[in-house]
Design a protein around this ligand. Structure first.
Ligand SMILES: [Zn+2]
Length: 334
């Protein structure tokens, strides 16, 4: 049975992106797989009155079950209202859709936004696939994110060895032909908690920590010039907070040289045409750090609420920090 996102109380990205580009801030896109993550995201968004994109990858959809996800998203809207957020602006978005069939299925299942990632295909095939998804999605007022350029790193089924920056000379033709609503670009961000190899970085002599190379803001600028006011998306934009890495590593974990995108660079990006910033790894790290800490500090604990609860609190703290201090999307959905 088909269901429209509108019946679930969700919104698409059209209006919120237009406002974000104009207002010089970015909308958070947080991935979720389970109840605690969803609670943390909704609590953070409701308290800060920030529009929010609930992001589900193909892997998460398989993990959580698509029917359950639909009701969780619907429940998230009701929960947000219960928390006192009168007009919640919540998007349910498919992250890295890899086929027309998957995107269609998500549109039919109540998603308000889908990504079709044809970035690994030859240019013309990417155009054709994206166009086909847009044709279907727009019939139901569902917005579509496309991708040009290749990001390095691993995220669920998405993986690539090396990144290739988006070519600014291709973006006008691509957007015109596909009619996509937003465009994910590659300017040096990447998926996962190891965004740069040690040889790409310098090392801070005082702390011994890796200092990553800067993002390619010249490429972003060139793209903005070609597509004035068009919504741009950054994937792989976790900062890999070193305090979480340290807690994990001192509580039985092993994440040597995990490194992300410094927050001041994301702050700079959020002020540009970048209007959606994807953050997944940071909440995984927050959750893992909190759970590991309970396991080490209270080895007798075996009530899941006693370790998933602290994990939820830590994720909420992280989400609020991102919204208020990095993306600037607070008070934009009153
Ligand atoms: Zn991604």
């Amino acid at each position: 049975m088909k269901v429209s996102f509108k019946d679930l109380g969700l919104v698409n990205t059209r209006e919120m992106f237009a406002k974000a580009v104009k207002g010089g801030y970015a909308i958070p896109a947080f991935n979720f797989n389970n109840m605690e993550q969803l609670q943390a995201i909704i609590q953070a968004a409701a308290e800060t009155k920030s529009p929010v994109i609930l992001q589900v990858s193909k892997g998460a959809r398989n993990y959580a079950n698509q029917t359950l996800l639909r009701y969780m998203a619907q429940g998230a809207v009701a929960y947000a209202k219960e928390l006192g957020w009168k007009r919640p602006q919540i998007v349910l978005h498919l992250d890295h859709g890899d086929s027309y069939e998957l995107c269609k299925s998500c549109v039919d299942f109540g998603f308000s936004s889908v990504m079709i990632d044809g970035s690994a295909l030859p240019y013309d095939e990417n155009v054709a696939l994206t166009r086909k998804v847009v044709n279907y999605a727009h019939k139901y007022d569902v917005t579509v994110e496309a991708e040009l350029g290749v990001l390095a790193g691993v995220e669920d089924e998405v993986s690539a060895e090396a990144s290739h920056y988006t070519k600014p000379e291709e973006v006008i033709d691509f957007v015109k032909k596909t009619k996509c609503d937003s465009l994910a670009i590659s300017i040096g961000t990447s998926h996962g908690a190891y965004k740069f190899k040690p040889e790409q970085c310098t090392r801070d002599p005082k702390t011994g920590r890796l200092v990553p190379p800067p993002l390619a803001f010249d490429v972003l600028k060139a793209i903005e010039k070609k597509l004035p006011g068009f919504p741009i998306v950054l994937h792989g934009s976790s900062s890999v907070p070193q305090e979480y890495v340290d807690i994990i590593n001192t509580h039985g974990g092993k994440l040597p040289d995990a490194v992300g995108i410094p927050e001041e660079q994301l702050r700079k990006a959020a002020k540009s045409a970048v209007c959606k910033i994807n953050i997944d790894s940071d909440s995984r790290l927050a959750m893992t750090a909190a759970v590991r800490k309970v396991f080490v500090d209270k080895p007798g604990e075996f009530d899941p609420r006693k370790y998933l609860g602290p994990a939820r609190d830590e994720m909420k703290k992280l989400y609020m920090h991102k919204i208020v201090n990095v993306l600037g999307s607070n008070n934009k959905a009153r």
